[in-house]
Design a protein around this ligand. Structure first.
Ligand SMILES: Cc1cc2nc3c(=O)[nH]c(=O)nc-3n(C[C@H](O)[C@H](O)[C@H](O)COP(=O)(O)OP(=O)(O)OC[C@H]3O[C@@H](n4cnc5c(N)ncnc54)[C@H](O)[C@@H]3O)c2cc1C
Ligand code: SF4
Length: 442
């Protein structure tokens, strides 16, 4: 008896959101950095949307210059720490590592990046000289990765930058969307605070810019405006029963468990609708929180899912089941959702169709809709001259982030339709440079 108690004590308690990429210690970082071949024309750097000089920062870590490594990272990517934790490295830098072609594990680039940047944040390093204010001002709408990156770039050129954020905290989806086992709330917030202290931009919270008057007021006070507004709420499926309690959008579900955990027990049976990365996150999080059965239901075939293969694998190891070629037709139940009625589907000669008479019901007490996010079309429509494509993405000049209304610039999810934090960081920086070039010419 005494022996089994001791054994239990030695076990690490179940942590539903234990970090997938925990911080390396100095010995691990030294060992891992010594594996780098310092390739010429490094494929990892070419695969990074912010073009970090990866061989250089790895060499700096290996030489013991951890602060210099962090500087190398931040010079290319203002969200260096967040990206190290949340980037889908398997398809970016690490996916391009030459070792993968030799069937050897790729270098752990994301974790090495975190080793250096975390150290810089904790020791409050200052990497950038901020010049005297140059007399020009820029408003940034949205304190997500795109808005923060744009603000940093502009402050480094001496602009006064005010960020208007609808919520009461910064970081956007990096805080309230990205899975808690990839990054903790503290880590997401800590990097923005590190940047705010260093660059000196101002953030006004609980300031949603929505009306024509809000826009006119900004135009009267600022020389240029950056739109880093991201995407909107989860899209509706528009089928019967969608308004019943127990039916929730994936982004709202994830935000709830990350920012407002209410302590209620997790539903027992969960169905997640969709086949993208958000569906995998919502399913994995439900399973980790204790749901007994979690099914990801996708209307097309398994190999047509948009989710990265490793995100689906991650969901499967938490016990999530995948069901394919089934489409929801109704949410059933009396006062709340008790199940989803599906119809089977098929694709024959490239034509997708439902199979008549194949309906069936799967029981559940929670259904999570991960079938896309709405675009922020109403705020975009208040800005004269701004143009969107047919998918509701703001049209910009890709090399400057400038929109069709020349005083407005944009980047991140609102422009790319929903990509990764590293893309938002890259596009925010490009737009910051674009604004500087535009205001310098005036
Ligand atoms: C569930 C989920 C999981 C994800 N997981 C990952 C992942 O693992 N790795 C990864 O790299 N990426 C992930 N992403 C994508 C990533 O989070 C986004 O690409 C990135 O955050 C986009 O940055 P952004 O600044 O463009 O927009 P957001 O992060 O959405 O930030 C926009 C900000 O603008 C504010 N805002 C919006 N409208 C207004 C307004 N009118 N006035 C004032 N403020 C406004 C919002 O409150 C928000 O703070 C995930 C996304 C989701 C939905
Ligand atoms: S920012 Fe992301 S893609 Fe670029 S090197 Fe770092 S982890 Fe890799």
């Amino acid at each position: 008896m005494a022996e089994s108690k001791n054994i239990q004590k030695k076990h690490t308690p179940w942590q539903p959101f234990a970090q997938l990429k925990p911080l390396m210690n100095a010995s691990e970082a030294y060992y891992e950095s010594s594996r780098c071949l310092f390739c010429y024309n490094a494929p990892c750097t070419l695969a990074c949307p912010t073009a970090i000089d990866i061989p250089l920062f790895i060499r700096q870590i290996n030489n013991g210059n951890v602060t210099g490594a962090a500087k190398t990272i931040y010079q290319s990517n203002y969200l260096g720490n967040t990206c190290g934790k949340v980037c889908p490295t398997e398809v970016l830098c690490e996916g391009a590592c030459v070792f993968t072609k030799m069937n050897i594990n790729a270098l752990d680039i994301g974790r090495l990046q975190n080793f250096a940047t975390n150290n810089a944040i904790l020791t409050d390093q200052k990497f950038f000289e901020i010049p005297e204010e140059n007399g020009k001002t820029v408003a940034v709408i949205g304190a997500g990765p795109a808005g923060i990156a744009c603000a940093c770039e502009l402050r480094s050129e001496g602009y006064k930058v005010d960020i208007y954020e609808a919520r009461n905290n910064p970081s956007g989806l990096a805080l309230h969307g990205v899975a808690p086992y990839k990054i903790t709330n503290e880590e997401a917030l800590m990097e923005v605070e590190f940047l705010r202290k260093q660059f000196g931009f101002s953030v006004f919270y609980n300031k949603r810019i929505t009306t024509q008057e809000d826009i006119e007021s900004l135009e009267a006070r600022y020389d240029a405006i950056f739109l880093g507004i991201g995407l909107g709420n989860s899209a509706e499926i528009k089928i019967k029963g969608e308004d019943k309690p127990g039916c929730i959008g994936a982004t709202e579900f994830i935000e709830q468990i990350k920012l407002h955990p209410d302590g209620k027990p997790m539903a027992k049976k969960v169905i997640v609708l969709g086949g993208g990365n958000t569906a995998m996150d919502a399913a994995s999080e439900s399973a980790r929180l204790g749901a007994e059965k979690v099914i990801v239901a996708y209307r097309r075939a398994k190999d047509e899912m948009k989710a990265y293969y490793f995100e689906y694998d991650l969901a499967k190891v938490t016990g999530v089941l995948g069901m394919f070629n089934i489409a929801p037709v109704e949410f059933v139940g009396e006062s709340s959702v008790e199940g989803v009625k599906f119809i089977r589907t098929e694709t024959v000669n490239g034509i997708f169709s439902t199979i008549p008479g194949s309906e069936f019901i799967l029981d559940c007490d929670l259904v999570i809709k991960a079938t896309g996010q709405l675009k922020q079309t109403s705020v975009i429509a208040t800005i004269p001259g701004l143009e969107m494509d047919e998918a509701g993405r703001i049209l910009v000049n890709q090399s400057s982030g400038q929109t069709m209304n020349l005083r407005y610039f944009a980047g991140g999810d609102a422009v790319n339709g929903g990509a990764e934090v590293v893309n938002a960081a890259a596009e925010g920086k490009i737009a910051g440079k674009g604004i500087h070039a535009f205001l310098t010419k005036l």
